[in-house]
Design a protein around this ligand. Structure first.
Ligand code: TRP
Ligand code: ZN
Length: 880
């Protein structure tokens, strides 16, 4: 048992720092186990603080060598050292602090601070990693100018990088060399970066709108240079897009990206020196799927856009995380929409919100996009802060219009460039740039957790269409009472010819926004009456998913089929199909649970078939409409999550589709033969639709289709088709499957990113021996427990995504995951708590027998000695 439970940090306790930093000069003497860090920092008293002159510096996992103030060594009476940092007992109003300390990067498996990924030294300092490098005021509202001198072995580390520009370099006689970097922009410590290694380099340039030439450099492990083209193109596109859409120009002369294999998340926006997970940089046709290509483009954009939204204007404290993340996700989504297909991008982004963020919002770890407390900040890099945060920004844009939003952004930079600010400041800028738009009620989106549920009721008579909207947000842990939210709902009233009727509201006090097709919702219950409607229309509600809400509406199947065919909003066309499928699947689940004979409505299968052959929709959109709701999404329509029944129901429906539409599916498959490769949306859509057909065909369990999948992989010229074939085969037991997997392994054994796909495909298998297989795969030489990507692709994917085999009736998978969580918790607490969260968050919603089995494991975790704060915070919430 933990002797003392960790205590949360509260937003309401925020105090300005009592000291500020003018500049900091760092020197690193790089050694695997004994890196010496020396810093020279000029501190001065913060005039806004009324605290005393004691200075507390954060610092963890390091050895202190010496401390000096204004050139005089401080003896041990002058300071107090603890596990959390260093307290300097007496200081002046302005002084120079010199500290020397020692760290052990090669043993740093938490991957925070300075660590080694393979042979590369790299850093990860957000949110609180810098305190593992040296003693410092490690908080985002302390911004300083950094210079760095790196000393390292010339052979092992020919390349040594830090933020900003190189200003001097030289040779030393012991086989070492040194280089000095200077970053002219003030920044918080979380944006600090250092890299050293023997790296391959891919170079390009970008000329900005004012004519400055920027050097673009991507550093990767030697041998991977041929996988950087897509990242480089994406970077140039991002730079151009930010100039065109927001007039934002890059501010340094050099932009560097380094790709490393061991990284806790996707990528990090360190000023001028982004560090990326290799999975978010490297992409070529043979080794990366279409989704990989898209995600590289999105993440490159995301980190680039942070240069303004995050770095130039940063966060006052970590409670404000959504200030930079929600806004930057919104920006990267818009970028990807402009580069590819807007409707498709929206469907995919909404899918993430609905399938994952809504789960988080209705579960034990629910929190507002701006949390008011945390134990471990790393636990709050969540879908809520990022993706719901982006939805909140999108609602602001919907209210203000694209031009009004742009004015607000200009105002934001005008007021806050170079500062560390709050979400209130952002809202303030948006408001003053738009005639003091009233965001008072809207601000609850920042402080209130949970997904609002809107219930609709409509009536038509005598030329009037009246729509009653009721909103309710269910209670979340620690937040029982909920206020009604202010939201923009894009709508259409569609007549029988498929045309949108002009929208005229009877009540003149409701006129705002309606001419743009947007309904402004404020109250718990309100009725809107539309006049001049001469036939009963079909309502298209929440077009483009203008608000992140759930909707309950009394649609008939006929109305849904009508919207599927006629809605002028592509997102809602898709939505109508999803609603139809969801209702049908729910009924099937109930039939499974009651042991009824299973059957599928013929009309549904016909609709599915006509979507397959519809010449008016493009293939990318087609492949999404043809994807049935996820198992989680269907399960969460019920009080108790009965995954096994949902899986049976969904399998049954898909198999019926496959049997009834076999010929059409095969025709559609054959007509989409792969020609030359590119990643335009048309081509991605073609592959995606073709692979959807393959997946369904295999459900008939005819040997010819297993063979077809086997041959597709054997002849494939791209990774999308290879992996799709493995996916199609993985739930079965036959020679085609075995051959496909072992040939794939032989071909790709030395490409770790590809092996990660090979692992996760197997971790997702519905076969009953999957748990044993997963354990066996841990012994394969491509597996490595210490590399987060690899651990996630096997253990994380099994616990978080294989609902069938994770929720085994004997509880053996729960036991396996809890053992692995405890094992990784000792080396990388961030990864441990993420695996615990994605595996165990459904605890309270499971059937009793499973809850009992899972509880044993959760109790075991929480009772573990020296459990990390990360895992403690998550598991204690799940158990509450
Ligand atoms: N700021 C990063 C981003 O969203 C995310 C991030 C936070 C991160 N902490 C991290 C990335 C740790 C990698 C490791 O772009
Ligand atoms: Zn980000």
């Amino acid at each position: 048992m933990k002797t003392e439970n960790p205590r949360p940090i509260y937003l309401k306790d925020y105090k300005v720092p009592n000291f500020l930093v003018e500049d900091i000069h760092l020197t690193f003497e790089l050694e695997d186990h004994k890196t010496i860090v020396s810093s020279k920092i000029t501190f001065h008293k913060n005039p806004e603080s009324n605290e005393g002159n004691q200075l507390f510096l954060n610092g963890e996992h390091m050895e202190l060598i010496s401390v000096a103030i204004d050139g005089e060594n401080l003896n041990t009476e002058g300071y107090e050292k603890s596990e959390k940092g260093l307290l300097i007992k007496e200081t002046k109003d302005k002084f120079l602090l010199e500290i020397t300390n020692q760290i052990d990067p090669a043993n740093n498996k938490a991957l925070e601070g300075l660590y080694k990924s393979g042979n590369i030294f790299c850093t990860q300092n957000e949110p609180e990693g810098f305190r593992r490098i040296t003693y410092y005021l490690d908080r985002p509202d302390v911004m300083a100018k950094f210079t760095t001198k790196i000393i390292g072995d010339k052979k092992k580390y020919p390349i040594m990088l830090s933020n900003g520009n190189p200003i001097a370099k030289g040779e030393l006689d012991n086989g070492k060399h040194w280089i000095e970097w200077e970053d002219p922009f003030k920044k918080p410590a979380y944006l600090y970066a250092l890299v050293a290694g023997d790296l391959g380099l891919v170079k390009d340039t970008f000329t900005t709108m004012s004519g400055r030439e920027i050097a673009l450099e991507i550093y990767v492990d030697k041998g991977n240079e041929d996988k950087c083209d897509h990242a480089m193109e994406s970077l140039k596109k991002s730079m151009k897009w930010d100039e065109q859409r927001y007039s934002l120009e890059y501010d340094l002369d050099i932009y560097m990206i380094v790709a490393v294999d061991s990284f806790n998340m996707g990528a990090m926006e360190n000023k001028g020196l982004n560090i990326f997970n290799t999975s978010c940089v490297l992409a070529k046709q043979e080794t990366a799927t279409d989704n990989d290509f898209l995600s590289v483009e999105g993440v490159i954009g995301h980190e680039y856009f942070h240069n303004w939204t995050g770095n130039r204007v940063t966060c006052r404290d970590w409670f404000q995380l959504t200030l930079k993340e929600g806004l930057t996700v919104f920006r990267d989504q818009e970028f990807s929409s402009d580069m590819n297909s807007r409707a498709v991008k929206r469907i995919e982004d909404v899918g993430i919100v609905r399938d994952y963020q809504f789960q988080e919002d209705s579960g034990p770890t629910a929190h507002p996009i701006k949390p008011d407390q945390y134990i471990q900040m790393n636990n709050f890099y969540t879908l809520t802060v990022y993706d719901k945060g982006a939805e909140v920004i999108r609602m602001i844009q919907t209210f203000l219009g694209v031009d009004g939003f742009r004015k607000g952004m200009d105002k934001y930079f005008e007021l806050f460039d170079g500062q560390a600010v709050t979400t209130e400041d952002f809202i303030h800028a948006m408001s003053v740039a738009n005639n003091n738009f009233d965001f008072t009620q809207f601000k609850s989106w920042y402080s209130q957790a949970g997904t609002p549920q809107l219930t609709l009721d409509w009536k038509y008579s005598d030329g009037e269409y009246s729509l009653t909207v009721t909103q309710m947000t269910p209670s979340t842990p620690g937040q029982v009472e909920k206020l009604p939210l202010h939201m923009p709902i894009a709508i259409g009233l569609v007549n029988s010819k498929g045309e949108d009727l002009p929208l005229k509201l009877k009540d003149s006090s409701n006129q705002n926004f309606i001419e743009r097709g947007v309904l402004e919702i404020r109250k718990e219950k309100e009725t809107f009456v539309f006049t001049g409607i001469n036939e009963e229309p079909t309502l298209s509600f929440n077009r483009e998913f203008s608000a992140p809400i759930k909707v309950k509406a009394p649609y008939t199947n006929d109305q849904l089929l009508f919207l599927m065919a006629n809605d002028n909003d592509n997102f809602n066309k898709y939505e109508a199909a999803q609603m139809y499928a969801k209702e049908l699947l729910k009924k099937t689940v109930i039939d499974v649970q009651s042991n009824n004979e299973l059957k599928v409505d013929q009309r549904f299968i016909e609709a599915y078939g006509s979507l397959l052959n519809d010449k008016n929709i493009d293939d990318y959109f087609r492949s999404l409409v043809l994807t049935l709701p996820t198992i989680k999404t269907i399960a969460s329509e019920f009080e108790v999550y009965d995954f096994q029944s949902v899986i049976k129901a969904k399998d049954f429906v898909m198999t019926e589709i496959a049997k009834k539409l076999e010929d059409t599916l095969l025709e559609n498959y054959n007509s989409r033969e792969e020609k030359s490769f590119d990643v335009r949306p048309e081509s991605i859509g073609r592959r995606s639709t073709r692979n959807k057909c393959l997946n369904l065909l295999v459900l008939t369990e005819k040997e010819e289709y297993f063979k077809l999948a086997y041959e597709q992989r054997a002849n494939a010229t791209n990774m999308t088709d290879e992996i799709a074939a493995l996916n199609a085969l993985v739930d079965y037991k036959n020679e085609y499957k075995d051959k496909a997997f072992s040939e794939f392994y032989k071909k790709w054994k030395n490409e770790t990113l590809v092996m990660q796909k090979w692992l996760s495909t197997q971790a997702l298998s519905h076969c009953d021996d999957t748990l044993d297989k997963v354990k066996e795969l841990e012994n394969d030489e491509v597996f490595n427990f210490e590399v987060p990507n690899i651990l996630r692709s096997l253990v994380g994917v099994f616990g978080g995504h294989n609902l069938k085999q994770f929720h085994r009736a004997d509880g053996k998978s729960y036991e396996y995951i809890s053992e692995r969580v405890l094992k990784v918790d000792k080396i990388n607490p961030d990864i441990a708590s993420r695996i615990a969260k994605s595996s165990f968050s459904d605890f309270k919603k499971l059937p009793q027998n499973l809850q009992k089995l899972m509880k044993v494991e959760l109790d075991k975790i929480i009772a573990t000695e020296k459990l990390s704060d990360n895992t403690y915070e998550i598991v204690s919430k799940i158990l509450k």
